[in-house]
Design a protein around this ligand. Sequence first.
Ligand code: CMC
Length: 427
Amino acid sequence: MSDKATLTIEGKTYEYPIIVGSEGEKAIDARNLRADTGYITYDEGFANTGSCLSNITFIDGEKGILRYRGYPIEQLAKHSSFISAAYLIIYGELPNAQQREIFRENIRKQASVNTAMNAMFDGFPARSHPMAILSAMMNSLGCYYPHMASNNREQDLEHFDEAAALMISKVRTIAAMSYRAEKGLPFVWPRVDLRYTANFLHMMFSEPYNTYEPDEDTVEALDLFLLLHADHEQNCSTSTVRMVASSGANLFASVAAGVCGLWGPLHGGANVAVVKMLMEIHKNGDDGSTFIRNAKEGKARLMGFGHRVYKNFDPRAKILGKAVERVLANMGRKDPLLDIAKRLEESALSDNYFVDRKLYPNVDFYSGLLLRAIGIPLEMFTVMFAIGRIPGWIANWREVAITPKQKIYRPRQIFMGPPRRELEDIA
Ligand code: CMC
């Protein structure tokens, strides 16, 4: 294969280098295109645009492959934990026992937030969305640690290890606080004896007069949920983090922007939308067939289906689908929404509309049902996604920050508005 791509425009031929990734992904290096030709590329939604070179996560959407730093997601889901996967994603290697203990300890000692932040929760009106609160609070955190949030790259990188542990730890505390603030419940202090995921459940559900003791299956299922959400290469929120980081903005500001990117129903908000859709189908007594018909006619969207990159299956959906069944079976419970979801999946997978468009269940199709099974309230679902995605955002921020001569993200546009016109003296 030639290592150059040839482009002919207006009778003139130009050559551009080919870049081949470590898994054989091919790209045309078009960085000099406009300077050479005066042309830019038009790629709405960036579906064909490689915005960066990255070492973190690999996805092959045609084959349903997802790997963090080379390790298949199925193996990590089986043998690792959220915290070990977070370390892997951020630092590139799985931690040995000593590194894991130090990382855990750094996270553990950052679990509480400055009490001055408590008052900030009072400033939000009742029923404020926890994603709005989370984003505001993650950015505000930087105000308490100005030496880590200086917008001076060298200085921010000097404090990176501490900032990363702090953010992984405090996001979970802030998430639990936002839930309790919205419910008018007192905040619960973290416990030093609990691991990451159990501590989160304690801060969500314990009361000053009644300690919540989560069972092992619940903790394990939530840890798996977090691990499966920990990174997913250049999705909307991660690209947002990188875009903000590319201006030299600090980790706190960049991650806060990522939270906003995640919120929408086409991205992290889909886990809420899926469960609302299943509830609606259940309420209407539909077996799913009316909904499928509406989706095919463009009157509805089958939430939790389809993906920009996966065109075969999303490996996370397979793992999560099995996890929901396991958790419900362990609890001896049934969820009618799971039956509807399975029926929808079965019908969609044998329907030409979905098959032709390569629409398969994505991570959000079953993740909401898992969160529901373990007692997480609906309004917190996307916040749970955000807690899980923090390591990916941190790793991507770092990749931008350590790249020498990193360029600011600044796409171009094709202007289709009115050409120059003159302002008349209307007076
Ligand atoms: N239900 C029905 N039709 C769909 C769906 C769906 N869920 N998704 C895509 N289509 C159709 C779409 O109407 C279009 O049809 P046509 O070619 O006839 O116009 C075709 O499939 C291609 O869709 P697209 O919107 O151009 O695809 P995209 O790559 O821009 O969007 C997506 C990907 C995930 C936003 C989209 O599939 C979607 O809206 N899915 C539902 C929301 C969802 O589950 N989001 C979570 C994504 S995974 C986790 C994450 O990233 O957070």
